[in-house]
Design a protein around this ligand. Sequence first.
Ligand code: GAL
Length: 696
Amino acid sequence: MNRYTILFIIIILISGLNTTAQEGKRFFPEKDLITTGIYYYPEHWNEDQWERDIKKISDIGFEFVHLAEFAWFKMEPQEGKFEFDWLDKVIGLCAKYNLKVLMCTPSAATPAWMRARYPETFVMDGHYIRAEHGTRGLGSIVNPVYRKFVTTIVTAMARRYGQHKNVIGWQLDNEPDAKPDYSPSSQEAFRQWLKNRYKTIEALNAAWGAAFWSQWYGSFDQIIIPNTSLVGWWGNNPHALLDFKRYSADAQAEFLDFQAATLRSYISEAQFITTNYTAVSTGADPRRTNKLDFATYTAYPNGGTDNIGEQGFRLGNSKVILFAAEYYKTTGGVSGVMEIQPGPVNWGGYNPLLLPGTVRMWLYHTFAAGGKLASSYRFRQINYSAEQYHAGVIQPDGITPSPGGEEYMQFIREIKTLRKQYKPGAAMPASLVARSTAIVWNLENYWTIDRQKQTWQWDTWNYPLKFLEIAKSFGAPADVIPETADLSKYSLVIVPAYEMADSSLVKKWSEYAANGGHLIITCRTATKDRMGHFWEAEWAAPLSALIGAQVKATDMLSNNGKGEILMGSNHYSWNNWADLLAPDKNTETLAVYDNQFYKGKAAVVRHKVGKGTVTYIGVDTDDAKLEKDVLRGIYAAAGATTENYPPGVYVYWRDGFYVAVNYSSDNYTMNVPATASVIVGERTLQPGGVLVWSLR
Ligand code: GAL
């Protein structure tokens, strides 16, 4: 073992012993509702402009400044030589203008000397080519040398700013993404991870099904990271690839926890620790960390793609904040948006102007869903480098607010009005509590299904979102929860395509229904064990008793093929996925297939379990009409009223305020009681419109 390996092991041990996360909400006074901030990179600008810029940030009404995210080169210009005077000066200016500071660890962008002198600190791609200096996010997070440098810079920053009363918290790294890393350090870490998991090579061979195509391993030393670049799609073992995803997510989480533990030794209890995951993160798993106080997300809804209706390409993807705002609450109980797009970006297929009001609507969406902070990348649009076409809150002249900047200002003013109207202790109205819905989801199922979709029409990411959207169309409060969460507080629990399961999880679902819950399970659930093997039994065997039916076979059609379904007297169509069900005699058939050679076979069934119900939806439709009608019936059975909001109109309740946003291309008139007080906006929401009201 060399000295870095020893140091690495010590770090891991120390991080395991250190203090853990705190409850996220304690960092955010309830009466503030939401706090706003902005990314500022003083290192990009002449020093003689800093004061002007910071004063402007304060004049706009922002409450915190996000600093130092990619500034490693300026804090440690030479190995072991630190310069913080410039940052002290900026923090001093923030204090002068009454702005708090959110400090960032700079680990995502390393200084040039590191790549030049220590190439092993960088990741390797699937062709074993080492990444080069010049961008961000390419550090090999399991490399001991890189870890040593991260420890040093984070410690130096923590010592200097950990007790600073103006620093409210820390953001670790930038958009952690569990990047695949094929470097020697990562190969070694992967083998170690496998040894911890399987203990013996026999257990690994069994789990990976390594008898197939002579993959059999004689010892852990023979294992290399499964490499799709070199083996080709067919040659890849889905179980090995699943473990590589798990390992990468674990390594990412452990890297964040290690930074958090390093900070915790020095920082005040009043400072929080968070990170900023991308809204759609298919690699990093926020639920694997245990030392962060809460998680935030970055939201870029508009990357130049079609969305709802004619103006959808300007309003952006309505599902980005919809999902992330719920999902990221899993860590620490609260969340917020760390970056919200302030205007057109530089990386979309095309980068259209946003419909006036769009940035403000996104901000309200994050607020509506409970967000505790809203911040934006970035203050000034940069005049040079890779993101020079990316909008800022201030235009390239350095002084004029962009249209998005104006909308920020409006949002900040309006939040001040809402704060004045805030009354502590408001309880969610009973009609909403009755609709409370949970979507059970985890990344592992995304990984396993997306690897073996079986039909290219299967949209792995958006499938669970379809159910979240349906719940929102009914006006239901809806959470995205892990399988370990308490289900008892939800009227409906939806389990969409939860491919890998085990009997104890199915028992938990069964108990939820038996106690009066309404459980909805869909196709592709419990068809595999936790390693991704089929059961040596009937299809989806652990589910059969719970759903009161057997899944006999699954059909898929061509893009233009049309499968028909009949529910009552209503006709629906499908073409992605269709489980053919054989219901038990006490199970009610809700919908049947109405063409193809299996016409008359069940597609949707309902089974009474104890005091509750279990509904199995075996078919996936493109327009979601069938799923929506099935769910409407379940809300009614649960004693809940439902709304019928059109796609892209979302309504939330938080802290006594109802908030509606409109991502659709049409006006929508909200049915607000005549006695309600409208605080922001008008009853008819235009595309990009917002309405906030309260009931007196
Ligand atoms: C984010 C990233 C920012 C900036 C932005 C541009 O994903 O965190 O640093 O690059 O994209 O849209």
